[in-house]
Design a protein around this ligand. Structure first.
Ligand SMILES: Nc1ncnc2c1ncn2[C@@H]1O[C@H](COP(=O)(O)OP(=O)(O)OP(=O)(O)O)[C@@H](O)[C@H]1O
Ligand SMILES: [Zn+2]
Length: 634
């Protein structure tokens, strides 16, 4: 018989990882729900920016350990419970499998993929259930991972970074984000970044005037060229001339609004004679990273939406400041959301392009959010998610498998639901993290070297950093903190083993590869094969049987790597600006003896996941939810 909620709560020992936005809410909810033995790990100290939503922290706590302050704050209103805090990284070796084994359930309130993967692997190794969570803005999710019963955190490949077709960025932007990507990845990089990088900024037509040599000349700044003149030349080229060229291709504009070329003289007619910005005021606008076109031009409010003229002035002033104040960095700059001048330049350039294409302009504050992939955290979402974590944790403690739900918190109701509960999926049989079934490695055992197996397969494909390879109980190879000659001996071992394999091997030889640093173990079934297709299998080996990560679409310009600490990735739909809903990779229902009908045969695949950053993942569900059993979360 299932135990009562109150008894499982009373007896439970729980580990919380992360005491940030979700963690503060979670600790409070756990304590108020009657949990009395809670351990918290968080490696961070409190920052001022945490105070708006991490309500256990106060101004006076800034600089102190999050885990400890959270503990102390909750003990004030629940003095009799036991809370143990660790101001440490969960990846520290102290938090090993034995440490994890003491807990009945682990609850994640983390903000990065790396730590989440690590905890997932430790939970699998220690056989402790994991309740995983994340939020981004109004979106959130809580998932349950129980070894052998549900999929693990890594069963599904993580969505690839949001990408855009090159032509949308270079020729036919329709959203402000397209203009931001153009300004950041093309124009900014062309002017201030690596000059040798391939850049589609100039490819417009076969017109001789846009041949790459001429275009390169345009972007080249010669020492004696007046910087104001140079700035206007760039302006006219990218916002005027290039648009004229694009317009000459009538086909493109048959079903689209035609963009409007913008020349500096039209926008800044009265200023052409004088220097843009205020040269006399150069000292006032700071040095290095504090240099600012806004302060140089006396513009203060980052939330103002500048006019086309203001954007043009900011653009030219930012360009001038880069060339006069930060000349040494030119050629090596990468866009950084914390670089004020870079954000000003990108905002202005994106806005001028937006004006040209009839797209609404945005403030610097908004543009910075888009360019830096910043999604502002919402305290209420964290609170809702924390509540759901506790609900799932109680089900896990009661071993009430049939009631486990993954719950998605939506921004807009779908079928009148803001919280979408979905049955967990069964483990992915080809997941290399949790699957017990071996991956298959086909190689020519007569000539393959251990080095190749380790480098190409173990490290690169399985992501193991310090692999240790066993054949039955024989240690063949060990990486890491060992003497070089030992490595050579291990190396020779496998070569010997491979060389001695009966040729051709029919049944396969099982190698066990472990990486203790990551608590990851994988069985590799080696099978001999003589022939490899040189084109398709240039490595002379093929690894199959585990899920490959979704690769980014070809022919695309990335929206850039995530630079924020945003907990999860928003999923953007293709066709509108709303956060969209896409289906999970493949629906695999939790095994249920009483109902085999719609399990394995459901092969609905998802459309390509579109994400804003690559650090994390928030997988939402498709509008087609018929296949999912719904259950009210009470
Ligand atoms: N490897 C790790 N070990 C321990 N704690 C971690 C680890 N990685 C992340 N964390 C903690 O997870 C918490 C995540 O909280 P949250 O998402 O609110 O981020 P934040 O850093 O507090 O806020 P923000 O990034 O939005 O400014 C942080 O307190 C962070 O210190
Ligand atoms: Zn898995």
């Amino acid at each position: 018989m299932a135990s009562s909620s109150s008894s499982v709560i009373k007896d439970a020992k729980v580990l919380m990882v992360g005491a940030g936005g979700i963690g503060c809410e979670l600790l409070k909810t756990l304590a108020l729900s009657g949990f009395s033995d809670i351990h918290i790990i968080d490696m961070d100290t409190i920052e001022v920016s945490n105070l708006n939503r991490q309500f256990l922290f106060r101004q006076s706590h800034v600089g102190q350990s999050k885990a400890k302050v959270a503990r102390d704050a909750v003990l004030k209103f629940r003095p009799k419970i036991n809370i143990t805090s660790y101001h440490a990284n969960v990846k520290d070796p102290d938090f090993n499998v034995d440490f994890f084994k003491q807990f009945n359930v682990v609850l994640n309130g983390l903000d990065n993929l790396d730590a989440r993967r690590h905890v997932n692997r430790l939970c699998l190794a220690a056989d402790v259930p994991l309740v995983e969570s994340g939020t981004t803005g109004f979106l959130g999710q809580v998932t349950v991972h129980v070894k052998g019963r549900t999929e693990c955190y890594e069963c599904q490949p993580k969505p690839a970074p949001k990408t855009y077709p090159v032509c949308t960025i270079t020729s036919t932007p329709s959203k402000f984000v397209h203009c931001i990507v153009w300004a950041k990845d093309l124009l900014f990089t062309k002017l201030f970044g690596d000059k040798n990088q391939d850049n589609d900024l100039n490819v417009r037509s076969s017109d001789a005037a846009s041949s790459s040599k001429n275009v390169d000349d345009i972007f080249e700044h010669s020492k004696d060229e007046d910087i104001a003149q140079y700035g206007r030349k760039i302006f006219d080229h990218v916002f005027g001339y290039n648009i004229e060229l694009a317009l000459s291709n009538e086909e493109t504009w048959k079903n689209r609004n035609r963009p409007k070329p913008i020349y500096s003289k039209d926008v800044l007619s009265d200023e052409l004679a004088k220097q843009n910005g205020n040269l006399d005021n150069d000292n006032a606008c700071g040095d290095g990273l504090s240099v600012s076109a806004m302060s140089s031009l006396g513009m203060k409010n980052p939330q103002d939406v500048w006019s086309l003229r203001e954007n043009s002035r900011i653009l030219l002033e930012a360009l001038r400041l880069f060339f006069t104040k930060r000349e040494k960095e030119i050629g090596n700059l990468c866009f950084d959301k914390d670089d004020q001048l870079a954000v000003e330049f990108v905002t202005a350039a994106a806005n001028i392009r937006a004006a040209s294409f009839g797209i609404p302009l945005h403030s610097l504050f908004e543009a910075k959010g888009i360019a830096g992939n910043i999604v502002h955290a919402v305290a209420t979402t964290n609170a809702v998610i924390a509540g759901l974590i506790v609900i799932e944790a109680i089900k896990v403690l009661k071993n009430d498998i049939k009631s486990y739900r993954m719950t998605y918190c939506l921004e807009h109701p779908s079928r009148n639901l803001l919280l979408m509960p979905v049955e967990p999926f069964e483990p992915n049989k080809s997941c290399y993290v949790c699957s017990e079934s071996p991956v298959l490695l086909e190689i020519n055992t007569n000539c393959s070297k251990l080095k190749d197996v380790v480098e190409k397969i173990i490290k690169a494909k399985l992501g193991m950093s310090l692999p240790l390879i066993m054949n039955a109980s024989n240690l063949l190879y060990e990486a890491g903190d060992i003497e070089e000659d030992m490595v050579a001996i291990y190396d020779a071992n496998l070569e010997k083993v491979l060389a001695e394999l009966p040729s051709p091997v029919t049944g396969g030889t099982m190698l066990t590869v472990e990486d203790f640093q990551q608590e990851l173990k994988c069985n590799i079934n080696i099978k001999h094969r003589e022939e490899f297709d040189e084109e398709k299998e240039p490595d002379g080996m093929v690894l199959s049987g585990w899920t490959q990560p979704v690769s980014a679409a070809e022919e695309s310009v990335s929206n850039g790597a995530n630079t924020s600490d945003t907990p999860l990735t928003a999923v953007e739909s293709e066709n509108d600006d709303d956060i969209g809903i896409v289906s999970p990779v493949k629906k695999r229902k939790l095994p249920d003896d009483s109902d085999q009908s719609n399990t394995a045969d459901d092969t609905r695949h998802h459309k390509q996941l579109q994400v804003i950053d690559d650090e994390d993942d928030l997988v939402m569900l498709d509008g087609n939810l018929d296949g999912f059993k719904k259950r009210r979360v009470s």
